[in-house]
Design a protein around this ligand. Structure first.
Ligand SMILES: Cc1cc2c(cc1C)N(C[C@H](O)[C@H](O)[C@H](O)COP(=O)(O)OP(=O)(O)OC[C@H]1O[C@@H](n3cnc4c(N)ncnc43)[C@H](O)[C@@H]1O)c1[nH]c(=O)[nH]c(=O)c1N2
Ligand SMILES: O=C(O)C(=O)Cc1ccccc1
Ligand SMILES: [Mn+2]
Length: 471
């Protein structure tokens, strides 16, 4: 959402500070222009734009380290910026300061095909990496839909549609190079280490995964890769209600079928997809499946799933083995944000993201639906149902304060229900600005105090992305 321009809020960003930044990264890599500051003051979320005072583009880890040291010395807030696709206001410069855009560091540093791993710089995106890998027979499966930077995905602990089979960023990062607030550069698993397993000391890698730019700047990630499956089949089917869709999902997982994707879309989302992406699916609660594996095995797996769908009152499968048809289906699924916005022209997205143990999913979905109906608002639902993770997407007009208040209330209550049902207030988008109060409730005061101690140890002056994750 774009807002009116704001004047500099950090008095520490003086003209001599700007000159020092220019001396580090070069004049052409520094901007205080309004348009550039505005562009870096928001992501894809509903949070209002909060522009930084200055934007610097880093081209090397040395640039990042020197800029961090300078910001730390002057106490200037430092906000890492990947590709700005976040959904919780993570890059918004709520206290002004310097936005460090790391998207120019675009080198794929190594691919070790035999070891199924690779190392990338901070600006490498998911699509860039997968295009590069195409001829190797390998791919990086974590797919949040958006073409996010891989280090930004580490920073938010992203996942998406493939997590049911391949896990989230947490399970797929082996090592990170991180620049700390004072400019020190560390490798969380030790320089050059890229093993599948390690029992060596604390898991610093996963301390930085999900840290949302509040502990340091990730400048390099060593990631696990997978073999491109021999065969892929997609399928859709619909159900009379949510419970039968979730029951089917649980039974499929209990049968040990290694599903790559199991996505739930409610009838409102299906309607939006049909209109926006020109599909002709029945407007009903639906599951989208994707199977990955050897051709012979897949035939058997799809038969078992089709049987379970039938047993739970679902419709027959609609198959898609043709690559264009499959791509069209998943493109539609990934375009859901824009499809839902089109339900209410001129609206902006307000998204939610709770995750519960899968057996509690029907309860939270049904209670959320009830709240949406009672509030009289539009709220399509989509879920990474195999992981117990789901989203409601509220298209809102920001000058419609009445609807906005209703949306805030439903969204907050949804998170509270998830917490009550042993879940989390965010499965994959992070805490950012809007869920800081929920984090306290989720982790508890003592646990949060330990998080705070870790933050204070690594960033004693509190310059790293202030106002995010913590109050
Ligand atoms: C249409 C659509 C659909 C989806 C999503 C977005 C959109 C627009 N997302 C969310 C999004 O793609 C995700 O949060 C990305 O991981 C963010 O990566 P960016 O590079 O864009 O980080 P971005 O620049 O937005 O920054 C996000 C946060 O990470 C920090 N950061 C960025 N780069 C950093 C670095 N190098 N070092 C340290 N901190 C850094 C920032 O400071 C900020 O706090 C999502 N997500 C998901 O998990 N599952 C999903 O299904 C989807 N779906
Ligand atoms: O598509 C997804 O899975 C997302 O995480 C983005 C999103 C969030 C909320 C509603 C629709 C899409
Ligand atoms: Mn999602």
């Amino acid at each position: 959402m774009t807002c009116q321009s704001k004047v500099a809020v950090s008095p520490k960003v003086t003209s001599s500070f700007v000159q020092d930044v220019q001396a580090i990264v070069g004049k052409s890599n520094v901007s205080t222009a309004d348009a550039v500051r505005q562009q870096h003051g928001h992501d894809e979320s509903y949070h209002s734009t909060e522009p930084p005072d200055i934007v610097a583009f880093a081209e090397s880890v040395d640039h990042v380290s020197q800029v961090a040291r300078l910001c730390n010395y002057h106490g200037v807030p430092l906000i890492p910026f990947g590709s700005g696709t976040g959904l919780e206001g993570g890059v918004n410069a709520v206290q002004g300061g310097l936005c460090l855009d790391v998207s120019k560091m675009k080198n794929i540093l190594s691919v070790n095909a035999e070891d199924f791993d690779c190392s990338v710089e901070s600006g490498v995106t998911r699509v860039q990496l997968n295009n590069y890998l195409r001829d190797t027979g390998l791919w990086f499966p974590i797919d949040p839909g958006a073409d996010a930077s891989l280090c930004g995905m580490c920073a938010t602990s992203a996942s998406g549609t493939n997590a049911v089979r391949y896990g989230t960023m947490r399970e797929n990062v082996m090592n990170l190079e991180v620049v700390l607030a004072d400019g020190r550069v560390i490798n969380t698993a030790g320089a050059g280490r890229r093993t599948k397993k390690t029992s060596a000391g604390y898991n610093l890698t996963n301390l930085f995964v999900g840290s949302e730019g509040t502990l340091g700047i990730i400048t390099k990630a060593t990631l696990r890769l997978q073999g491109i499956p021999e065969a892929t089949i997609s399928a859709t089917c619909h159900f009379p209600d949510v419970q039968s869709a979730v029951d089917t999902t649980v039974q499929v997982l209990q049968c040990g079928i290694p599903m790559a994707r199991i996505e739930f879309l409610d009838e409102v989302s299906i309607d939006a997809c049909n209109k926006f992406s020109h599909l002709d699916l029945k407007v009903a609660p639906s599951l989208f499946f994707e199977f990955h594996g050897a051709e012979a095995g897949l035939e058997n797996q799809t038969k078992v799933v089709a049987e379970l769908v039938k047993m739970n009152g679902g419709s027959e499968f609609r198959w898609a083995t043709d690559v264009d048809e499959r791509n069209h289906l998943w493109k539609a699924r990934h375009e859901i944000l824009w499809a839902c916005m089109a339900l209410k022209p001129g609206s902006k997205p307000y998204s939610t993201d709770v995750c519960v143990p899968i057996s509690n999913l029907p309860q939270v979905v049904v209670r959320t639906k009830q709240m949406i109906t009672e509030a009289g608002i539009i709220g399509p639902m989509v879920g990474h149902v195999g992981d117990g993770n789901f989203h409601v997407f509220f298209p809102v007009h920001y000058d419609d304060h009445v609807t906005l208040k209703k949306v805030h209330d439903v969204s907050h209550k949804m998170s509270l229900i998830a917490l009550e049902l042993n879940g989390t207030c965010t499965g994959e988008h992070g805490i950012g600005i809007g869920k800081r109060d929920l984090l306290v409730q989720e982790i508890g005061a003592e646990g949060l105090a330990v998080m705070r101690q870790l933050k204070d140890t690594l960033d004693p002056k509190g310059i790293m992305n202030p106002g995010k994750v913590f109050f």
